[in-house]
Write a protein that binds this ligand. Structure first.
Ligand SMILES: CC(C)(COP(=O)(O)OP(=O)(O)OC[C@H]1O[C@@H](n2cnc3c(N)ncnc32)[C@H](O)[C@@H]1OP(=O)(O)O)[C@@H](O)C(=O)NCCC(=O)NCCS
Length: 148
């Protein structure tokens, strides 16, 4: 298992993983555009050279927001998500970032359990935020964690 920055070369595989786990996954172009932004960074885990998980975040002054966190299904519940979050949290603390935010869909029970396990607290709810099959809409839950 190797940890390193997510780069432009990873965008194609990152998009495939995103589309595998989310209803409206992001395209390769979406990832390329995000990584061009100066305040957006990513970290990845590879197994034998293959991308298995990644986390993408944005920092503005002393606040950061996780834009997405994905672990490929075969490697889920094996600690990769926690390791990426742990690395990110340490990096942010070292850089004086005080708050970390995430938005998670209300129907994403694994995501909610994961962030709860990592002591994120509920802040507010945005109704009808994510689109699902059949044009159904589900709420986004805004969570945060104080780092400093
Ligand atoms: C949510 C996600 C990132 C978790 O990553 P992971 O590597 O599977 O999680 P970990 O192995 O580090 O699990 C840490 C804790 O999270 C919770 N958790 C993780 N997956 C869970 C699941 N499917 N059901 C319930 N709790 C879960 C547990 O409390 C777990 O602790 P435990 O192993 O002691 O029970 C991963 O399941 C994923 O990529 N899901 C699809 C994309 C997504 O929903 N991303 C989050 C929203 S941005």
């Amino acid at each position: 298992m190797t940890l390193s920055p997510l780069t432009q070369n990873d965008c194609s595989r990152a998009s495939l993983l995103h589309q595998e786990v989310f209803f409206k996954g992001w395209s390769e172009i979406d990832f390329l555009d995000l990584l061009k932004e100066p305040h957006i960074h990513g970290l990845k885990i590879t197994e034998n050279g293959v991308l298995t998980s990644y986390i993408l975040w944005r920092v503005v002054e002393d606040e950061a927001e996780i834009l997405t966190l994905v672990v490929t299904p075969f490697f889920q519940k094996k600690g990769q998500g926690s390791q990426l979050l742990h690395e990110l949290t340490n990096h942010l603390i070292q850089n004086g970032v005080s708050y970390l935010f995430i938005e998670v869909a209300e129907d994403n029970m694994a995501g909610r359990a994961f962030y709860e396990r990592h002591s994120f607290l509920f802040r507010n709810k945005r109704p009808k935020y994510y689109r699902r099959e059949g044009n159904n809409l589900v709420a986004a839950l805004n969570l945060s964690k104080r780092l400093l």
